[in-house]
Ligand binder design. Structure first.
Ligand SMILES: C[S@@+](CC[C@H](N)C(=O)[O-])C[C@H]1O[C@@H](n2cnc3c(N)ncnc32)[C@H](O)[C@@H]1O
Length: 268
């Protein structure tokens, strides 16, 4: 089958648009991936070239298509209890020190399909008996937010959930839902999701005790990383913690946080 070619000049247009709107850096090594992911939209819209598709998403009439392109170009890989050391740190060092009278708030700031937010929720439900809590998840991808809000996943995704939490907080699908599981309603009710672009000024989401910003800054350049952290800092309570991925670091990005261990930072 004939496949439309993505010219270098066209790739550059997508590269700079995506960087400007989301902060994501697409290296030239991603050219084939971009062509692969966007080609179905060309076909769907009956467009002849990637240049035509670019003009289309930039036209005012195509706000919906703009979101579709962003959804297609973001990398959303995630899983339950990813980087378990962070959950252990939370259980061992943070949760035992809480003051019950205050509501404990956590932000999963690039939550993808919700696994990170629900892993935090399961940990809090398991450990906190007398402290009220809530989780807020946000992402730029509306496709991912739809999955996150549903809290309904293929059963294979349950593999990394500790067995005690799996039986307490997840309902195994039967009949037509065989092969899936649903995060239990009481837990889902404590987790809300909203679309937030970290590359723009943030809405008024209040302040949080913990912010998880894991496996997203790897897609940003240094300048964007600095700006994203600057935007997040006012939303972290004094004494609150910020978690990045083990493969990321805030070295050279901010000196306003104290490093507790690699990938865990505290606001003085
Ligand atoms: C690889 S996932 C990480 C998910 C989760 N935090 C984890 O560690 O498993 C990265 C997520 O960042 C989101 N993302 C990328 N750029 C973003 C931006 N500018 N604002 C908000 N979310 C963004 C993507 O849509 C994607 O769902």
């Amino acid at each position: 089958m004939h496949q439309t070619q993505l010219k270098d000049s066209e790739f550059k247009l997508f590269q700079s648009w995506l960087h400007q709107s989301t902060g994501i850096n697409l290296s030239s090594a991603k050219k084939a991936l971009v062509a692969g992911r966007l080609s179905k939209r060309l076909k769907h819209l009956d467009l002849k070239s990637f240049g035509d598709y670019f003009q289309f998403i930039r036209s005012h009439a195509a706000a919906e298509e703009l979101q579709i392109a962003i959804d297609l170009l973001t990398t959303n890989e995630t899983y339950f209890f990813r980087e378990p050391k962070h959950f252990e740190f939370m259980s061992e060092k943070i949760l035992p020190t809480l003051i019950p009278a205050k509501k404990f708030r956590v932000w999963s700031a690039a939550s993808s399909s919700g696994e990170e937010a629900y892993s935090i929720a399961m940990t809090l439900a398991n450990e906190l008996t007398s402290t009220a809590w809530e989780i807020f998840g946000s992402d730029i991808s509306t496709d991912m937010l739809r999955i996150a809000r549903g809290g309904h996943y293929p059963i294979a995704r349950a593999r990394t959930i500790p067995t005690d939490m799996l039986s307490k907080y997840c309902l195994k699908g039967t009949g037509g839902q065989e092969g899936t599981f649903l995060v239990e309603r009481n837990l889902r009710n404590k987790v809300s999701f909203a679309q937030i672009n970290l590359n723009e000024n943030l809405p008024d989401v209040g302040q949080f005790d913990l912010i998880f910003i894991r496996n997203v800054m790897i897609y940003f350049d240094q300048d964007t990383k600095c700006k994203v952290i600057e935007r997040l800092l006012p939303h972290l309570k004094s004494g609150g913690y910020l978690f990045v991925s083990h493969s990321e670091s805030l070295n050279g990005i901010t000196d306003r946080l104290q490093i507790i261990s690699p990938s865990i930072y505290k606001k003085p």
